[in-house]
Design a protein around this ligand. Structure first.
Ligand code: FMN
Length: 189
């Protein structure tokens, strides 16, 4: 297994976020030799404007693009706000999608998971996020995980309480790692 880094992105900036908890559980499922970093600074991004997206974009934007470019793979956990992707996360995807088509997300293996306190586990937000990521050129892996009832979904150890979800998370992490490190074994898009 070659060394590499998975960038963890939480669509929630809330202290005590269930989506951040989901990413911590995912990080524990990474195989040896694969490290992880947390994307910070999404909340510091300005609202996207093409006027600001020239030769010298804002520093927070450069850092966002650098962090994505440096990672072998990206794992995003998103909440659902009013049936869709939280605005802050969508704003980050919009910044990361430019310049098009040679953006930091292009051909980047990305997996999307999500947690919500409702029963569906942010499935609408996840679907819309995958659509945006594919439009930006990312290689979104064919795997998903929806954690509903997120306020009761984690054990004190940080693991998912539901064994089926815990297995699903491990399987999804394995699919993402395979897409990043064994691209010849996957079927591309
Ligand atoms: C503005 C707002 C809108 C929300 N809309 C939805 C929704 O459409 N569907 C849903 O399942 N939960 C919705 N929720 C509840 C979130 O699932 C819940 O707050 C969740 O814990 C957010 O994720 P986090 O714990 O990672 O911050 C909403 C919460 C907020 C604050």
């Amino acid at each position: 297994m070659p060394k590499g880094e998975v960038l963890l992105v939480s669509g929630s900036f809330r202290r005590g976020s269930h989506n951040a908890a989901l990413l911590r559980a995912a990080a524990n499922a990474l195989p040896g030799g694969v490290t992880h970093e947390w994307l910070t600074g999404i909340a510091a991004l300005p609202l996207y404007s093409e006027d600001d997206d020239g030769e010298r974009p804002p520093l927070a934007v450069e850092e966002l693009r650098r962090a994505i470019a440096a990672a072998e793979a990206v794992l995003i956990a998103t909440p659902e706000y009013n049936g869709s992707v939280p605005g802050g996360l969508k704003n980050a995807i919009d910044w990361a999608s430019r310049p098009f088509p040679a953006n930091a997300l292009r051909d980047k293996p990305v997996a999307v998971i999500g947690a919500s306190t409702g029963i569906f586990g942010a499935i609408w937000a996840q679907a819309e996020l995958r659509k945006s990521l594919r439009t930006a050129g990312a290689r979104v892996v064919d795997a998903d995980l929806a954690v509903g009832g997120a306020h009761d979904a984690f054990l004190p150890s940080g693991e998912l309480r539901d064994p089926g979800l815990a297995t699903g998370l491990r399987d999804l992490v394995a699919v993402l790692v395979a897409a990043a490190f064994e691209p010849l074994l996957t079927d591309g898009h």
